[in-house]
Structures are given as structure tokens and as C-alpha cells.
Design a protein around this ligand. Structure first.
Ligand SMILES: [Zn+2]
Length: 491
């Protein structure tokens, strides 16, 4: 357990983020530059996200499958915009064998073993999957095809940060094929809503949902939609994306089906993804200067029981703690008893606080005498004594309150840090001095978007679904604009 002090958010937000990850033992840098090791506590969080999301993906009719890690370069090349969009981040396998370099020199690449068609380590799986889909789909009876894959992805990153941007990361990617564009469009919105549901109701992170600008869209898609969250430092985090691929890929990969009317048609496709990046968002949404804070619905451990004992009453106190554990487990509350003798009570409090466990239960001699337990909330350190008879109910109530409170705090932050601006001067001022989301008229011209980005580093995040058509002037060029878009500095 690291005893390093956690940097305060107000001192250095970036360092605070890294300190929280280290103190909570979530992940660390590996010997491979840009790639991380996800440690057990961090991986358990990912497993819980997977569990919740996987169920919703299956409940909406999708099936899991697995495709190769490698994409032949010739296959990747079939959709021009797509391959160009990922070109700068691709890792390529050029050889398939090493050879002995001679005495004591280890091995070198065998130049004889050069691949004819080089293999790209998947930066996403459209190409490899759709090549296969073209053999699976012949008739309208084969549609819709609803596939999801849990996998790792490689995008060569020059500037990396644990969870938020790593060269290799974990995600799920959904890929679906439909007979009509109307149907594939519905799918795009349905899955964006699944993401919104998981991120808001389980991770307690409120988001804006909407359409991305063309420049910010997925390479090869006709439209991209995303959910955008706000971190405590006022920066946005794209937290899940859903793409309307139109018939771009089905044309490029020659996917065809005989429709009910007997005509041969290209089907309509979607893809959507959510990655381990969301764990970075989870950390930055809720954690505080004491360390990680985890929402009850996503934490691997909801309750930690700390028996406060001396050598002479250890057995009795730990026994009582174990009884409480059993009661809580009957109600499916994941709980751990920390009865280690070599750690002080104070350092145990500290450790579980840093790991973000929502509820701590303290049980000592006094509690046993009075048939009580002391509950402590991770989010406000409030202590309450409850009779052990009502322990389970009180713990459940406290967990529910913490879940709600975390969402409400984040929601309050999102709303109070969304600013309406009238002109570019005000826009620059808010981005520079306040952060958060800025709602502003934009003419949807790419040049304005690029110049705003150059001058302020702020990017268009989304045109929110609930944006009303208005009549206004683009904050940059002053030309006619219909909608107020959300802008922000983003991770
Ligand atoms: Zn403009």
C-alpha cells in the first residue's frame, strides 16, 4: 500500500488524478510505453461495468462474438475515409518470424519472413468484421445482424495518460447490419441511450447526448452521436459513441442482400463503443482530495467492516464482524472484513478511503455492548450508529443515498458549469477562465470550427438532442446560425 500523500486537486489536477490511481491501486504504467497494467481493483471496476453493459447489450437483442486481432492491410484499405482516419495510429506487423543472430546475440527479425499482406493490429474492427459479414448476409432473412465484441484495441498514442489515453485499451464494439436506414438509425439512438443509462444510472455521471460535428465524427461514418460528461476540472470527456455508418461500409465491403421485393441491395450499418476510458471519467467525476470515490452500483466492494479490537477481545469482535458480513451477503451486498492484525485501525481507514469503498462499518467493544454498529459514509465522512438489528436496511439506505448524492453533485456541476455566451469575446473568456461547457451559436462551417479550436483549444462537443432551432449569428463569423452547439476543452 502506497503511503504517498495525494496531491490536492487545487494544487495540480493532473497529478491528483495520477495520485488517486496509484493510491487506490487501480493501474500503473507498464514497461511498454503507453500501455498500462490494470491492477485487480481497477479491473474489478471494469468487470462490473462489463457486467451491467453486457446484460443491456444482450437484452436489446445483440450477441457476443470474437474476431481476429489483425486486419490485413488490403482489407483495411477498402474504405478510404476510414483507413485515412486511423492511419497515423496504426501498429503494423510486417514479419512473422525471428532468427538466431549468432552466438550470444539473441534474435533478430528474419528478413526472409516478410508478410506479403501486412497486418494491422486492430484500431477498431469495422474492416475485419464487415469482410466476414459479406459472407454471412445474403437475404433479408439474415437481417438484422446484431453483433457485439469485447476486445482490446491498439491506437498508437504519442501522449498517453492512464485510462484516458493508452496505446492499448479495452472496450466493447457493437456492429449491426439492417435492411433499411430507418432501422439502423433507430439502432444508433437505442445504443446511445443504453450508454447514457449505464453512465448516468450506474456510474452516476450525468451527460449531454447529441450529434457530433462532421470533423469530430468517426472516420467513415455519415454521422456520429456521443455522450459527453464534465470532469471536475471543467474539461469534457467523450464517454461513449454511436455511429450511423449509412451504406458506406456495405458498399466498400460488398455486403449485399436480396430484399423481400427481390431486389439486391446494400444494407445499412451501425457501430458503437465504450472503453476503459470511462474509468478515467469515473475517477475524475467523483473522487476527492482523500482519494477515489466509487458509486455503490459500480464498486467491487460496497462495504468494508473494520473490527476494532485488542489482542484479548479479538475473537469476539471479529466474530461479530463476520456475523454482520453474513447478514449483508444474504442481501447480495459485496462486503469485506479487514481483520489484519499487522495494520493499525487508522491505516485501514485510510486505505479503504483511498480505494473509494462507499460505506465503512466500525465494530468495537462499545458497539458490541450496545448491540450497535457505526456506519461511515465515504462521501461526507458522516458517522451514524445503528442497531445491528437494522444494519442491513440502514446500509442499503445509505448506499442508495450515496448513489443519488454522487449523481446530484455531478449534475449540479454540469448544469452550473454550462454557460450561454453571446459573442466570441465572452466565449474565449469562459473557456479560459471558467471551463465547463459553452453553449453558443455556430454556423456549422468547418473553417469556423477549426479556427475556434486553434485559438481557444475548445472543440465542438455535441449538438444536444434537445437543442431548439433558433435564429442567431455564429459567434465566430457572424453568419446565420440555427443552433447552439456545446463547446468545451476536452480530454
Ligand atoms: Zn461561422
Amino acid at each position: 500500500m502506497s503511503n504517498k500523500r495525494i496531491t490536492k486537486r487545487s494544487e495540480d489536477y493532473t497529478q491528483w488524478y495520477l495520485d488517486v490511481i496509484e493510491a487506490a491501486e487501480l493501474a500503473e504504467h507498464s514497461i511498454v510505453r503507453g500501455c498500462m497494467v490494470i491492477k485487480p481493483h481497477g479491473y474489478a471496476i471494469w468487470e462490473n461495468i462489463q457486467k451491467v453493459l453486457d446484460k443491456k447489450i444482450k437484452d436489446t437483442g445483440h450477441k457476443n462474438a470474437y474476431f481476429p486481432l489483425f486486419v490485413p492491410k488490403s482489407t483495411m484499405n477498402k474504405e478510404a475515409a476510414h483507413v485515412k482516419g486511423f492511419a497515423k495510429e496504426c501498429a503494423i506487423v510486417t514479419h512473422y518470424r525471428l532468427k538466431d543472430a549468432g552466438e550470444g546475440k539473441g534474435v533478430v527479425v528474419d528478413p526472409e519472413a516478410k508478410l506479403q499482406d501486412e497486418l494491422i493490429v486492430r484500431p477498431t474492427s469495422e474492416a475485419i468484421m464487415y469482410e466476414t459479414f459479406s459472407t454471412w448476409i445474403q437475404s433479408w432473412r439474415d437481417l438484422p445482424l446484431l453483433i457485439n465484441q469485447w476486445a482490446n484495441i491498439v491506437r498508437w498514442e504519442m501522449r498517453t495518460r492512464l485510462f484516458l489515453r493508452t496505446t492499448e485499451f479495452l472496450w466493447q464494439e457493437g456492429h449491426t447490419v439492417h435492411a433499411t436506414h430507418k432501422e439502423s438509425e433507430q439502432e444508433v439512438f437505442k445504443m446511445l441511450n443504453v450508454y447514457k443509462d449505464v453512465v448516468e444510472n450506474y456510474l452516476a455521471i450525468p451527460v449531454y447526448a447529441g450529434k457530433k460535428s462532421k470533423v469530430e465524427s468517426f472516420p467513415g461514418a455519415i454521422r456520429t452521436y456521443s455522450i459527453e460528461a464534465l470532469m471536475q476540472d471543467g474539461k469534457a470527456l467523450q464517454s461513449g459513441t454511436s455511429h450511423d455508418l449509412g451504406d458506406n461500409f456495405s458498399k466498400a465491403f460488398n455486403i449485399k442482400f436480396a430484399d423481400k421485393d427481390g431486389e439486391i441491395k446494400h444494407p445499412w450499418q451501425t457501430s458503437w463503443g465504450l472503453s476503459t476510458r470511462i474509468i478515467g471519467g469515473l475517477i475524475m467525476s467523483h473522487s476527492d482530495d482523500k482519494g477515489l470515490v466509487l458509486p455503490p452500483k459500480i464498486t467491487p466492494i460496497q462495504v468494508v467492516i473494520i473490527p476494532v479490537f485488542a489482542t484479548e477481545n479479538r475473537e469476539q469482535v471479529v466474530g461479530k464482524a463476520m456475523e454482520c458480513k453474513k447478514e449483508l451477503e444474504k442481501e447480495n451486498i459485496p462486503v469485506e472484513v479487514d481483520d489484519r492484525e499487522y495494520e493499525t485501525v487508522g491505516s485501514k481507514f485510510n486505505e479503504w478511503e483511498k480505494k473509494g469503498i462507499p460505506v465503512r462499518i466500525e465494530i468495537g467493544t462499545k458497539e458490541i455492548e450496545e448491540n450497535k454498529a457505526t456506519l461511515v459514509s465515504r462521501i461526507n465522512s458522516e458517522k451514524t450508529q445503528v442497531s445491528t438489528e437494522h444494519l442491513v436496511d440502514e446500509v442499503k439506505k445509505l448506499l442508495e443515498n450515496i448513489q443519488k448524492e454522487l449523481f446530484n453533485r455531478a449534475k449540479e456541476r454540469l448544469e452550473s458549469q454550462t454557460y450561454e455566451v453571446e459573442d466570441y469575446e465572452e466565449f474565449k473568456d469562459v473557456i479560459k477562465n471558467k471551463g465547463g461547457f459553452v453553449r453558443a451559436f455556430w454556423c456549422e462551417n468547418e473553417e469556423c470550427e477549426a479556427t475556434i479550436k486553434d485559438e481557444t483549444k475548445a472543440t465542438t462537443r455535441v449538438l444536444p438532442f434537445d437543442a431548439k432551432e433558433e435564429s442567431g449569428k455564429c459567434i465566430y463569423c457572424g453568419k446565420e446560425a440555427k443552433y447552439k452547439w456545446l463547446f468545451a476543452l476536452a480530454y
